[in-house]
Design a protein around this ligand. Structure first.
Ligand SMILES: CC(=O)N[C@H]1[C@@H](OP(=O)(O)OP(=O)(O)OC[C@H]2O[C@@H](n3ccc(=O)[nH]c3=O)[C@H](O)[C@@H]2O)O[C@H](CO)[C@@H](O)[C@@H]1O
Length: 365
């Protein structure tokens, strides 16, 4: 099939799209693909690096408040839809899929208006603005959390609960020795810390504070700062002796390669990260971002914490000390790790991509 796909702004919208493409390729169902993003979004770096054909459209997001900038946004949107219509006419997709972020709005809207089958994937339990808008026009709304259904009140007949394609990409991956690429030991238990795809200063600051106390611990720490924060973090670390069991990096390009080797993950509670954690059963300490729409990460983290799958550490309680304490408690308790592993796995959707592909085939035929 010929697939046009669009999602961007943050990794949480991009990686599910790439994971779905990968599964279509594995199953030899993909004749051609075009990924549509903005020239400046994270997708403009990640998608071409993954070897996927990438085209751009200029767009910007709506502000939730009424501002003059929204007038400019509307003008850009109208121009973008015009370009998107031409892209659809030229590429002749069998189906167009949006995975969230304002970038997906123009192409999915244009395709729906041209009567090309369309669907959107909503990774969160609280839907983004773009998906709420597109829900009126698409044929199918794919969701990853059951409570997301309530966000699309007038489109219940379009909804299918499928999980997140990134879950299928990582499900069943076995531990390997890839940690040695980061000068870490494959034989030691490992804590991975990252604040979503863009990094998070509050998490970084807590880790910096805790770093001297990681010395002498039986575990090792892989600390991912986020590209934009790397310089600031290394500047602060210049004054601290970083112990040998701590490795600091800006970003990890191939996260699925190392996730099976992780004993404990410390991070935000973005939906795609959660899909990965639950597909592999990785115990986690989640510090949900309080700065996202309707506090949806707290909701994500609460649903994990309520079954014992994860520990929720609110950002308001986050310090070097509280972080170290939470890590030490779990890393020192094998039994707790096993219980968290089982509870986490129970929340996974390891067939997400195949379920989506079945819906795509249905829509096309
Ligand atoms: C601040 C913000 O708006 N966050 C949203 C964004 O999060 P964000 O983009 O941070 O998304 P997630 O936490 O859901 O996913 C992050 C993705 O980036 C990958 N990764 C991360 C770090 C790294 O070094 N390498 C790497 O590959 C992770 O493995 C994962 O696949 O989209 C999510 C999914 O819609 C939402 O739930 C989040 O609330």
């Amino acid at each position: 099939m010929r697939v046009m796909i669009s999602g961007g702004g943050t990794g949480g919208h991009i990686y599910p799209a790439l994971a779905l493409i990968k599964r279509l390729q594995e199953r030899q169902l993909l004749d051609a693909v075009m990924y549509v993003g903005t020239p400046k979004g994270l997708e403009s770096r990640i998608v071409p690096a993954a070897g996927i054909p990438f085209e751009t459209i200029e767009l910007q997001g709506f502000r939730r408040r009424l501002t003059w900038d929204n007038v400019h946004t509307v003008t850009l949107f109208i121009q973008a839809v015009r370009r998107a219509k031409q892209m659809v006419r030229d590429f002749k997709p069998d189906i167009v899929i949006g995975t969230g972020g304002y970038v997906s709005s123009a192409i999915v809207y244009a395709a729906a208006r041209a009567h090309v089958p369309t669907m959107i994937h909503e990774q969160n339990s609280i839907a983004g603005v773009t998906n709420k808008f597109l829900a009126h026009y698409v044929d199918k709304i794919l969701i990853a959390f059951p409570d997301a259904a309530g966000q699309f009140k007038h489109q219940q007949q379009k909804i299918a609960l499928v999980g997140n394609p990134r879950a299928q990409e990582v499900a069943g991956l076995q531990p390997n020795d890839r940690l040695s690429e980061f000068a870490l030991s494959p034989d030691r238990s490992t804590v991975l810390v990252f604040g979503g795809s863009r990094g998070a200063a509050p998490i970084n600051n807590a880790v910096i504070e805790a770093i001297p106390d990681f010395a002498g611990q039986s575990y090792q720490v892989l600390f991912v700062t986020g590209n934009a924060h790397y310089e600031a973090v290394t500047a602060k670390l210049a004054a601290i002796k970083v112990p040998g069991n701590v490795k600091v990096v800006p970003y990890i390009d191939n996260m699925p390669a190392i996730l099976p080797d992780i004993t404990l993950l410390v991070g935000r509670a973005g939906a795609t990260s959660i899909a990965e954690i639950t597909a592999l059963g990785i115990p986690s300490i989640l510090v949900p971002s309080p700065y996202v729409t309707h506090n949806h990460q707290t909701k994500n983290a609460q649903s994990m914490a309520s079954t014992g799958a994860a520990v929720l550490l609110p950002e308001s309680d986050l310090t070097g000390k509280s972080l170290l304490n939470a890590i030490t408690v779990i890393m020192g308790d094998d039994d707790r790790q096993k219980k968290m592993h089982t509870a986490t796995l129970a929340l996974g959707h390891p067939q997400a991509s195949d379920d989506i592909i079945a819906i795509m085939q249905d829509l096309i035929h």
